[in-house]
Design a protein around this ligand. Structure first.
Ligand SMILES: Nc1ncnc2c1ncn2[C@@H]1O[C@H](COP(=O)(O)OP(=O)(O)O)[C@@H](O)[C@H]1O
Ligand SMILES: [Mg+2]
Length: 251
């Protein structure tokens, strides 16, 4: 029996009112994958994530999440998400680290359900996982970009997702914190068996621990092993990145 994919995208197309963004895109994500989703700016990466998260509906195609048709999928908290904006967080926002992390629980609990009895413990565990427990009572605005990012990762982890999707996580983060970030991702993937999708426009950075690479620019030009990606020629890759879904006719 083959493993059931956590995410299965079949022939997905998407357009905003005027702009065609994704075309006939198919890929699947399996338990334990650590995927780099690469694509230049405007290639449709964030749009694809919003489709996976159920925030946008594809114009065409099928999505299955954890074996279930997307429209019937109830366990949205299984898919953790750290948005592109969380590193450029407004420093003036008056919230403690603890409050930011706890806000990751409200979605799961619902507005009128009582607080999780073990909320304090869940916060501690999530902060422990990103090595930020000692910052629990600090104001989020006092922390560095890299530290804020770890707090937002803890916020995503608190609802115990089975996979984590991070949109442009290394943008605006200094070198030292990028290294800490990748070490954290490796720990989540290797030790906690968390399935990861890292989205980046930096086409040259393939971290050593990544297992699969997806190249997106309107459509998926490559999806496969990291070794397969590394065997590709520069010329091949550059043709994908000059591809334009807009210039192609309607399929
Ligand atoms: N809400 C929107 N309405 C119309 N066009 C959009 C919207 N969001 C993104 N786009 C356009 O869709 C394309 C893909 O955007 P996006 O998915 O954000 O790419 P990426 O994350 O790879 O930079 C771009 O041309 C962008 O301008
Ligand atoms: Mg984006």
């Amino acid at each position: 029996m083959s493993k059931q994919p956590l995410i299965e995208l079949q022939n997905i197309s998407f357009q905003y009112e005027q702009t065609k963004v994704l075309k006939d895109l198919s890929m699947s994500v399996e338990q334990g994958d650590y995927i780099a989703l690469l694509g230049p700016n405007g290639s449709g990466k964030s749009t694809l994530l919003k489709i996976i998260l159920g925030l946008l509906k594809p114009t065409e195609g099928k999505i299955r999440l954890f074996g279930e048709t997307a429209s019937k999928f109830k366990n949205r908290e299984w898919i953790g998400y750290v948005s592109q904006k969380s590193n450029a967080f407004n420093g003036g926002f008056p919230a403690t680290v603890k409050e930011v992390v706890a806000s990751g629980l409200t979605k799961k609990l619902g507005l009128f359900k009582r607080r999780a009895a073990n909320q304090e413990q869940l916060i501690d565990e999530a902060l422990e996982a990103v090595d930020m427990r000692s910052f629990k009572n600090r104001n989020i605005g006092e922390l560095s970009g890299g530290q804020q990012q770890r707090v937002f990762i803890a916020r995503a982890l608190i609802s115990k997702p089975k996979m984590l999707i991070l949109d442009e996580p290394t943008v605006g983060i200094d070198r030292e914190n990028v290294a800490i970030f990748y070490a954290l991702m490796e720990k989540l993937n290797r030790e906690l068996h968390m399935t990861l999708i890292l989205v980046t426009h930096d086409l040259n950075v393939i971290e050593k621990d990544i297992t699969k690479v997806a190249c997106l620019n309107g459509k998926i030009h490559y999806f496969g092993s990291k070794e397969g990606y590394e065997a590709l020629t520069k010329e091949e890759i550059s043709t994908w990145y000059s591809y334009s879904v807009q210039q192609e006719g309607t399929r």
